[in-house]
Design a protein around this ligand. Structure first.
Ligand SMILES: Nc1ncnc2c1ncn2[C@@H]1O[C@H](COP(=O)(O)OP(=O)(O)OP(=O)(O)O)[C@@H](O)[C@H]1O
Length: 568
């Protein structure tokens, strides 16, 4: 007992020296890791971060959305209303906002359209989820309700299909289907660009198999207007021939994915000459090597060399001498497209090509479009596996916007070749789904009824944002839209322009107005928007590791600008 007494009478300071601290979570983590502990804290801050991001993107939603001027880390200025481009230029740090941006990017990369819809839906679901949380609905019930509502919306979606693309080679029909995807952010040129994309896609669509985005090359030429853009079969590159040979007929082409020159050692080397004869022998040796290299390429049958990097001046001299055209191309994608168009094999080293590795084309000509030098590879067959859209624009910004519109159109065309269905746009589909889910909610006896109703309300945010960005009286336009849908007009969408002051001025039949969205785009946007909201509502703690890598910040060292020798 005396011993026990001794232990218990020890001072607290002495005890603490022997007993280690209880290991809490902060002690388990590497120094510098940020930990946002309680569920309420992280959930509310996640929702706030996502709401801020969505608020920024919402003003650009729809054909009359406003643009953002983004200047990236390289100082490049981009003026765009596309959610995907804005997100690509923003460097986000908040983990919840990053998750939302990743979902939007997935939509952008897969389908090229509906990026803004994913962000808006997820943001609206999170905002309504926060209201339900504050009202005391458990997170589990909100998540389960959202998941159920999402599945129900996807189940109802096929019943809203209003049209299906009969033939992907039918240019007018494809242009009508692509009009919204191509033209939402290229107002004024939607019909022209949609027709251009439809023509180009129809010309390169294989008889069997799927459409490949690499089958369409885009050559941007500054000058003129977007209306001067056109489609040409084969590949046209904004490049120039390096040497003197400017035209080749019936060309056989060797395509190198590397520089075209003599191999140089990676380490720096020094040539030591002890006599004048050494110097005289050095030059001819290298020349003979260069001549032999070009002669070997010529003997393999190649009349044209396309190099993916620098072309050695000595080799170029011998290429000119032997009548071989030389073109340099910096982009790997352009090299791949060229190989596809010519049926060539991309060579990794500057060795002579085998006959089967050479590409063929009818002729190669050097030209000029609007002051930009071009090299055109004309296909030898009537149908070319690659076509080029020569895109014209008066300014760099106009060209960039037209390029984005065309790329969106190409991705939506690919989606339409896999699933040709279309649903009414202009907010019609979202409103039908919202009304059907709202009707379902009261029939649920449990807590999920609240999240079903919240999901329906969140869907209405999309047409409401369209109306707001177009400057319509939102309450009036939305109530008119609801009235039409209440009367069973499932194709009723918003009329964003040209409405009269009279009754029903802000609503029209979206299909008659030609506002159609691809079914797959809507389907994926609903799926991704719901998934990301459900995921973020399920996050209860956030751990952020300290950033690693990169050069040491110079400011940390007070002597960063003093040479090490001087310090010693
Ligand atoms: N002329 C129009 N009248 C009414 N609604 C339109 C019109 N053109 C497009 N829309 C609607 O605008 C919505 C698409 O807008 P937007 O293209 O800005 O969004 P997104 O495709 O989700 O985002 P992003 O284009 O940035 O990927 C669709 O619901 C579409 O039906």
């Amino acid at each position: 007992m005396g011993y026990m007494k001794g232990v218990w009478s020890a001072s607290p300071g002495v005890m603490a020296a022997h007993v280690p601290l209880p290991p809490g979570l902060p002690q388990l983590l590497k120094e510098g890791t940020k930990h946002f502990p309680s569920q309420a804290d992280s959930l509310v801050s996640n929702i706030a971060a996502c709401k801020a991001l969505v608020q920024c993107l919402a003003s650009s939603y729809g054909p009359l959305g406003r643009s953002k001027l983004v200047i990236d880390h390289l100082g490049k200025t981009v003026c765009t209303a596309r959610a995907g481009t804005v997100l690509g230029a923003l460097v986000l740090e908040n983990p919840a906002a990053c998750l939302l941006a990743a979902a939007c990017r997935a939509q952008e990369e897969e389908l090229g359209d509906g990026t803004g819809a994913v962000a808006l839906l997820a943001g609206a679901l999170l905002a309504r989820g926060e209201t339900l949380l504050r009202a005391g609905v458990p997170v589990a019930a909100i998540r389960a309700g959202y998941e159920r509502a999402g599945k129900e919306a996807l189940r109802l979606l096929p019943s809203l299909v209003c049209h299906a693309l009969p033939d992907p080679r039918d240019v007018p029909a494809v242009a009508r289907a692509l009009r919204v995807a191509v033209g939402t952010h290229a107002m004024g040129y939607q019909d022209f660009l949609a027709t251009l994309v439809a023509q180009c896609c129809a010309s390169v669509l294989p008889a069997a198999g799927t459409f490949d985005l690499n089958a369409v090359s885009i050559c941007k030429v500054l000058g003129g207007g977007v209306g001067d853009s056109h489609v040409v079969p084969g590949v046209v590159l904004a490049a120039e021939a390096e040497g003197r040979v400017q035209r080749v007929e019936g060309a056989r082409v060797a395509v190198y994915g590397c520089p075209f020159g003599l191999a140089t050692p990676a380490a720096t080397n020094t040539a030591l000459f002890q006599a004048a004869g050494d110097l005289q022998a050095y030059g001819p040796g290298e020349e003979a090597l260069a001549e032999g290299r070009v002669r070997a390429v010529a003997s393999a049958g190649a009349q044209v060399v396309v190099a993916g990097g620098h072309v050695d001046a000595l080799l170029l001299h011998f290429a000119d001498h032997m009548g071989i055209m030389v073109v340099t191309l910096g982009s790997r994608q352009a090299l791949r497209q060229l190989c596809r168009a010519l049926g060539a094999q991309l060579l990794g080293t500057p060795r002579p090509p085998l006959p089967a590795e050479l590409g063929h084309c009818r002729s190669i000509t050097v030209g000029e479009i609007g002051g930009t030098n071009t090299v055109a590879f004309h296909p030898s067959t009537a149908t070319s596996p690659v076509a080029t859209i020569i895109l014209r624009g008066a300014t760099k910004e106009a060209l960039a916007a037209a390029e984005e519109a065309v790329r969106d159109g190409l991705r939506v065309f690919r989606a339409l070749t896999e699933d040709p269905r279309l649903v009414p746009g202009a907010g019609a589909t979202e409103m039908v789904l919202a009304m059907q889910l709202a009707a379902l909610a009261p029939r649920d006896p449990g807590l999920e009824q609240f999240s079903l109703a919240a999901f329906a309300e969140a869907l209405k945010v999309l047409p409401a944002t369209l109306a707001e960005n177009a400057g319509l009286p939102v309450a009036t336009a939305m109530s008119q839209l609801e009235t039409w849908h209440g009367q069973g007009v499932a194709r009723a969408g918003l009329r964003l322009e040209g409405g009269d002051e009279g009754e029903e001025a802000w609503v029209q039949d979206a299909t008659q107005a030609g506002v159609l969205d691809a079914y797959v785009v809507k389907h994926r946007a609903l799926e991704l928007g719901t998934q990301v909201a459900v995921t973020l509502l399920g996050v209860d703690e956030i751990f952020m590791a300290k950033k690693s890598g990169g050069p040491r910040v110079l400011g940390d060292n007070p002597n960063w600008d003093v040479e090490p020798d001087a310090l010693e």
